[in-house]
Design a protein around this ligand. Structure first.
Ligand SMILES: *[C@@H]1O[C@H](CO)[C@@H](O)[C@H](O)[C@H]1NC(C)=O
Length: 291
């Protein structure tokens, strides 16, 4: 009888896993993070950062990653990064084996400069390698491109830090309000660039915007409507930030408004804690270095 019950559980579990693998994986990381924050006595506010995949290189975060790694099977103090465990976190990656090689190579290189007895730092830097490489590889596959509230929040968070925009201004932005002032214009430019929706040289990425926001409308129609808007903006463009604000935000405002309305719950539930300048610089350095 016990055997019968347990085989039912196995069948049921594998069904659930196969149906919603991607959801489960991300959910698993979220759960492990929440558990580790509690277990290690890390201030609860930090969890909001981790929930949007922001992992600054400080002690608490490093040990949280080690803890989550042990729970999820991507880290072991003796063996280091366990690639099979890491793969599961990024089900959308294109060529998993190739990326796995790169991840291991990156981790080996990173760990050369780590104190071998510092398991938290070793787990953390290995995870950073995995996150960067797998993320890059999934951002080239179409399913990984989909704009989500989490990606948007993360871009906004990093941009606000880079531009030193006070945290209380983010509350306004999270309600979908982007007033026409210098600070906000430059924030929107930064968000657009990070999300690959915009570049200074090419302007708004119309194919991306169409597939994100307006798939049901014929592409030609979408493009020509946008063209009229860019044309009207032309005499008003003073600098890169005005260009981005007008041609990306104002020209597609109805779509951005719909996006913030749809994701209201997620956007409003996040008020990330401020990051120090030192954290941020090393964060940016890390990003540069990992690529
Ligand atoms: C972070 O995510 C976990 C798991 O989904 C959730 O329980 C927790 O409330 C979230 N915390 C914050 C501060 O966003």
């Amino acid at each position: 009888m016990a055997q019968f019950v347990s085989s039912i559980i196995v069948v049921w579990t594998s069904l659930v896993l196969s149906v919603s693998a991607q959801y489960l994986q991300n959910e698993a990381l979220l759960q492990a993070q929440a558990t580790c924050v509690e277990y290690l006595g890390i201030p609860e506010a930090r969890l909001a950062q981790y929930n949007i995949s922001v992992y600054p290189p400080d002690r608490d975060t490093m040990c949280m990653i080690r803890c989550a790694g042990i729970i999820l099977g991507f880290w072991e103090d003796e063996q280091g990064l366990l690639i099979d465990g890491a793969k599961q976190l990024f089900p959308d990656s294109c060529d998993v084996e190739l990326v796995a090689q790169k991840v291991l190579h990156c981790a080996e290189r990173k760990l050369l400069s780590c104190d071998p007895s510092d398991a938290c730092a070793r787990a953390y830097y290995s995870f950073r390698c995995a996150m960067r490489k797998f993320e890059l590889s999934s951002s080239t596959s179409s399913s990984g491109q989909k704009l989500t509230a989490e990606k948007f929040l993360r871009a906004q968070y990093v941009c606000a830090n880079t531009l030193r925009i006070p945290q209380d201004h983010l509350k306004l932005y999270n309600q979908g309000v982007y007033p026409d002032n210098t600070e906000t214009r430059c924030l929107f430019r930064c968000i657009g660039i990070r999300l690959e929706l915009y570049s200074d040289a090419m302007g708004p990425n119309l194919e991306r915007l169409h597939s994100e926001f307006s798939v049901d409308q014929p592409l030609n129609e979408f493009k020509s409507r946008a063209g009229y808007c860019f044309e009207a903006n032309r005499p008003l463009i003073l600098d890169h930030c005005t260009a981005a604000y007008r041609n990306l935000y104002l020209c597609f405002r109805e779509h951005f408004n719909a996006f913030t309305t749809q994701n209201r719950q997620t956007l409003l539930s996040h008020s990330p804690s401020p990051q120090t300048c030192l954290d941020l610089q090393s964060d940016l350095l890390l990003y540069g270095d990992d690529v």
